[in-house]
Structures are given as structure tokens and as C-alpha cells.
Design a protein around this ligand. Structure first.
Ligand code: G3P
Length: 215
């Protein structure tokens, strides 16, 4: 399973790299706006930190606008993956970009049917959102499970499944148990994977027992 960092904060990405969990980086317009930098500057800074894919999302909604942005982004780095919302215009643009060797990720996927059509378009990645479905009392992990099942049924669908909107360690664990190719999350979520109260209690016990016999 690949771990991508969902962030435009270079310091967070650098810390993740030091932990060996920066297989790639995903951004979105909200994260870029929060960074206070422009998208190209973020891509260039992240490209200096990691070797993996860097997802940069388009703003245009029409095919020609998406293509214009996508071809421009591809000039910035060969690590760029053009992130495109799941729409008909977006899939048409993704097909053309992929034909020209530019990888695309179809994002804002909230149903298995969207993922199926996105994969048929030839997108390199399909990006189902987990947390935002949970936020509206739907089952985000069920979506991911259905997408994985579809892709197992049809090996000719070559897109990688990138689970996004991952909000806590159980999302990551459940995605791993399903065989999801990639998850993307903030570094803080990955850090929670290592936490266990019995580990803390065990360390405390060992140290106390050691203190008793230390010369
Ligand atoms: O970047 C796409 C996705 O990971 C966003 O997550 O938490 O804003 O729903 P979130």
C-alpha cells in the first residue's frame, strides 16, 4: 500500500519523507489556497522533496479549459498527475491527456459508478472520497469496498484506487484490509497509526522495573 500525503505544506511533507511515508503528495484547491502559494510554486517545492507523484487539481470545468491547465501543469514536472473532478467534460479531457502520456486522477468520486466510468476513460487513478461520505451519514468505506470489488472483477481496468478524504487510522487500516492501492491523508492521521495505550503502559512498566535494579 502506498501512503500519499494530502497537503501543500512542504514542512509536513518533509517530515513525512523522514518517516518514509511520502510515496506521493496530493493537493486540492483548498489546500493550495491554505498554503498562500500558487500551485506551480507548491509543485516545484514538493518536487524538490519527493520523487513520487504530485497531484495538482484543475479549476476549469470544460474540456478545453481542463486540457489547457493539464498540459501547462505537465510542463512543471514529470511527477505531476493532473487531478480532474468526475464529470463528462473531465473524463473527455482525461482521455486526451492520458493519450499524450500525462497521468490523470479522477477526483471527487462518491459512487462506484463514477469510479467505473473514470477507469473506462483510462485515468491512471480513481479517487473515491471516504470522510466526506461519512460526514453525511453514508458509508465511505463501503464505497471503497465496492470500487475494489469492481476492479477485481475486471482486471482490464488498470486505474489505481487512491482512497482520499481519509480522516483517521481505522480508515487506513480498513483500506489496507481491502487491498486498496493508495491512501492519501494528512501526516497527523498516519502518526495516529503507531499509537497504542498498552505500548505506552509497557514502556512505563519497563522503565519502573529497570529503575528498581539499576546499579
Ligand atoms: O484532497 C482530497 C481529499 O483528501 C480531501 O480530504 O478531508 O478535505 O475531505 P477532506
Amino acid at each position: 500500500m502506498k501512503f500519499f500525503i494530502d497537503s501543500a505544506d512542504v514542512n509536513e511533507i518533509r517530515e513525512a519523507k523522514d518517516l518514509g511515508i511520502a510515496d506521493g503528495v496530493t493537493t486540492n484547491p483548498t489546500l493550495i489556497a491554505k498554503s498562500g502559494k500558487d500551485l506551480k510554486e507548491v509543485v516545484e517545492q514538493v518536487s524538490a522533496e519527493i520523487d513520487g507523484p504530485i497531484f495538482a487539481e484543475v479549476i476549469s470545468l470544460d474540456e478545453q479549459g481542463i486540457l489547457k491547465e493539464g498540459y501547462e501543469m505537465a510542463k512543471w514536472s514529470d511527477q505531476v498527475v493532473v487531478k480532474i473532478p468526475a464529470t463528462i467534460e473531465g473524463l473527455k479531457a482525461a482521455r486526451k491527456l492520458e493519450a499524450d502520456g500525462i497521468r490523470t486522477g479522477i477526483t471527487l468520486i462518491f459512487s462506484p459508478s463514477q469510479a467505473l466510468l473514470a477507469a473506462k476513460s483510462g485515468a491512471s487513478y480513481v479517487i473515491p472520497f471516504v470522510g466526506r461520505l461519512d460526514d453525511v451519514s453514508s458509508d465511505g468505506l463501503e464505497l471503497v469496498s465496492q470500487v475494489v470489488d469492481i476492479f477485481v472483477n475486471y482486471p482490464e481496468l488498470e486505474s489505481e484506487v487512491l482512497a482520499a478524504s481519509v480522516r483517521h487510522p481505522m480508515h487506513i487500516l480498513d483500506c489496507a484490509l481491502m487491498g486498496v492501492d493508495i491512501v492519501t491523508a494528512p501526516l497527523s492521521v498516519y502518526k495516529q497509526l503507531i499509537k497504542h495505550p498498552l505500548t505506552d503502559a509497557g514502556i512505563e512498566r519497563f522503565l519502573k522495573d529497570w529503575e528498581k535494579v539499576k546499579k
